[in-house]
Write a protein that binds this ligand. Structure first.
Ligand SMILES: [Mn+2]
Length: 116
């Protein structure tokens, strides 16, 4: 699933349920629906799986203050997994098809569509 999070800087939080937690990446620009656009994705601490249902307002003064909306949701399949690499197949409303997450350095990943 993907949260659209209008915090001090608008971003999208990509969350994949994996090993009992929500693995999370903050994507500073809208996740691409088509091939050819690569997005930076900054790995965040794992969240509770239940948080993937959250929508609402994080109050002023709290970390991440601002509006949180569910931007996309659906099943995914983990197609391949290597060191610093996740190939996933999404069946969301907005994100559909194969996407690659590639770790480039530290918490920095690249996120992009590779196929239908
Ligand atoms: Mn966020």
């Amino acid at each position: 699933m993907v949260h659209r999070h209008a915090a001090s800087h608008l971003h999208w939080d990509l969350r994949l349920e994996m090993e009992g937690v929500a693995r999370s990446w903050a994507v500073p620009k809208e996740p691409p629906g088509e091939r050819g656009v690569r997005r930076l994705a900054i790995m965040q601490p794992d969240h509770a799986v239940e948080y993937m249902e959250f929508e609402g307002i994080i109050p002023e003064g709290e970390y991440g203050a601002g509006k949180v909306e569910i931007w996309d949701k659906g099943r995914y399949a983990l197609e391949d997994r290597g060191k610093g690499k996740l190939l996933v197949s999404f069946e969301g409303r907005r994100l559909r098809g194969r996407y690659l997450l590639l770790n480039t350095a530290g918490k920095q990943w690249l996120f992009f569509k590779t196929g239908e």
